[in-house]
Design a protein around this ligand. Sequence first.
Ligand code: GDP
Ligand code: MN
Length: 380
Amino acid sequence: MDLYEYQGKELFKRYGIPVSEGRLATSPEEARAAAEELGGQVVVKAQVLTGGRGKAGGVKLAEDPRDAEQKARDILGLDINGHVVHKLWIERASDIAKEYYLSITFDRGEKKPLFMLTTQGGVEIEQVAEESPDALARLHVDALEGFQPYQGRRLIYGAGIEDPDEQKQVLAIIGKLYRCFVDADAMLCEINPLIVTPQGEVKALDSKFTVDDSALFRHADVAAWRDTSAADPLEAFAREKGVTYVKLDGEVGILGNGAGLSMSTVDVVVVAGGKPANFCDLGGGGSAEGVVDALEVITRDPQVRSIFFNIFGGITRCDEVARGILEALDRIEINVPIVVRLDGTNAEEGRRILADAAPPNLYVEPTMLEAARRAVELAK
Ligand code: GDP
Ligand code: MN
């Protein structure tokens, strides 16, 4: 689960990481009131779950409450990389002398949390990694040993932070960020930029925070922050149904069992010259109920012109999937052709069930590639 900047900053604050005071606003009037309460210059920031807000015009300085109201009017409703702005974070403006970058995430290769620190903050970190990799200090933490202060010092020297007062503050922030990362079951905590003010104060000016979905049961307060309005309505509906679903922008609806097969199905549809409309994983069970739910989700997408049902039976039994498909056809109106490929456990029985029922608009193909070609052709 990705957190909004203001939510991430709320967690930072709980761990003693310095952030600026701010208020949430959903209208220009609220933005004005927030600016009045905060006093002085404020920054009006779009709250959307995507980066690059600054470049897209979603972060603006305002001189006074009236200006804040105007800037809020400009930003609300803005489309930033496909995310429409409904919420604003109004924050007391900071003077910036330097922009650093600090993050902690998982390095899957090393199977360890990884800190990254550079004095070249404010820009995309990928750019720093590519153009000046030496400027990016990287450090792995052993999860069992935990974070040790010497590691923080190593990071600071690695990044080339020389001012002793800055070193002290950044060191403290690194330690607090590690606690925050571990306690929140985070996948990513990123501060870009981590600023130094002209007075020498170090603080987090932005937050990118991802919490592991599988750990949300331990964090009821964070889970309650989930904002279903921001997500794609279809994805929200899928979550309600317990279906693993990601909306894509093509025409061929995809349903596979298991994440690996579903990913391969996405690939093979592209190989066959088509564009996948979604990724949908039926999971390992493949019960009739699961099939009905998944088809209900996929067919709600008006862009779907055909459906490719790709099943490799292991634990999943193809006869059960076939019955699920027939039951779904009974229960919900499906107006697009469905192409089915069944292989593995009880595949023959599954195919026989489908052949006996012979529903219109259902095609059974022997291989994955042939099924993909057929589904792509039918989507035209
Ligand atoms: P992002 O573009 O989505 O990463 O949003 P950020 O929160 O990082 O803001 C983008 C940029 O706006 C920052 O890198 C700063 O240069 C600038 N900015 C944000 N807040 C302030 C502020 O309080 N004062 C000043 N002077 N600039 C700010
Ligand atoms: Mn940023």
